[in-house]
Design a protein around this ligand. Sequence first.
Ligand code: AMP
Ligand code: MG
Length: 421
Amino acid sequence: MPPPFAPYKYFFFALVIVAISLLPSPSLLSRSAVRLAQLKQHLYPSPAIALQKSSSAFFSANKSIATMAYEKELETALLAVQRATLLTKSVFSSHSKGTLTKSDASPVTIGDFGAQALIIASIKHVFPEDEVVGEEDADDLRANDSLRDLVWDLVSAAKLEDRAAEDRIGGPIKSKDAMLEAIDNGNSAGGRKGRIWALDPIDGTKGFLRGGQYAVCLALLVDGVPTVGVLGCPNLPIDDKATLDSSISADADSGEGKGVLFSAVKGEGASSRPLSKAGLQEPKKISMKPLTDISQATFCESVEAGHSSHGDQASIALKLGITKASVRMDSQAKYASIARGAGDLYLRLPVSKSYEEKIWDHAAGVVIVQEAGGEVTDAHGKPLDFGIGRTLKENKGVIAAPKAVFPKVIEVVKEVLGAKQ
Ligand code: AMP
Ligand code: MG
């Protein structure tokens, strides 16, 4: 017997056919994705469009615009550090640097105040809600009219030659009062929650005064984690492959072939680009040197014996079989130099039990080294905790090395520290 006629079956079949025909085609889906990316660009025009000189510069060493995280933060930090670094260069090459001695006996110059004012003004222009932990405050400038006027002259003269770039970070600071307010906006207590920038306007001030290396350092911490980092190093060679030896700190004057901006965004890699007086230059990816034989390593340490233990560092190098002399260099230029593969290790063993490392001395360098393939911990192998305030009070010392050799380095560091107890 033939099966009974069942019209509902045909109705169901027709429904499936209609549904399939209504599904968007793959090309339609991808067109929608492109349209979304275009809409995003429209709402926040890409720096590649806004800065005439740097058209492809901003993104070519990074991921595509549709996927790049923290693009606006990175661009703001790069332009802000670039402008502030120009200011510091004008002080570096001048005889009078307007130096004061702070209550902790460390030096500060008109360059430190000027760079802090410019960078915080830039951040607050683009991200008014963000907090900043800055090394300096404006107390000395409020108490000293002629010092304040010197800083104001510097700040007023520091402009990026690219008008669009200058506008993106808010243009010139409007008044002396606004300058003092910007400096004092670096007063965040730090912490575990939210977005906090860590700023060292001139790291390695002693090197700056000596004519050595120094760096303008800015990092964004997100919930206590270094997430975006930028280092302006006017006295390092542009060439990532240039040989690194002790001559790097002697007469380090910025000149032909010198001046670099390093940057990294967590999960996006690290890059370097030449410093410019205008917009952003073309970036290049950087990575740490693949190091198979640790005895061939070049290790970096502070110039100042009061900042890290040269003796302990020499013992560690000896145990690792390293025969090359250390490269002594001021500032986070050490992090930058190992991240680009010019050096390999950065050893910073504590000289004092009570000293607490400052977050602004490490945050930018740490994310740049991590993104270049390195690992950074304290001298006991503990991760650096940037979420507990203005200092790394739960950590002692700093060790940075390529991931592959890190376990060996930390084992030897522990041996050397253990032998002292
Ligand atoms: P560096 O140029 O690497 O020697 O580091 C410069 C930084 O060392 C300065 O910005 C200071 O904040 C920091 N510093 C000052 N005193 C000490 C100390 N006793 N131990 C470690 N770092 C210090
Ligand atoms: Mg510093």
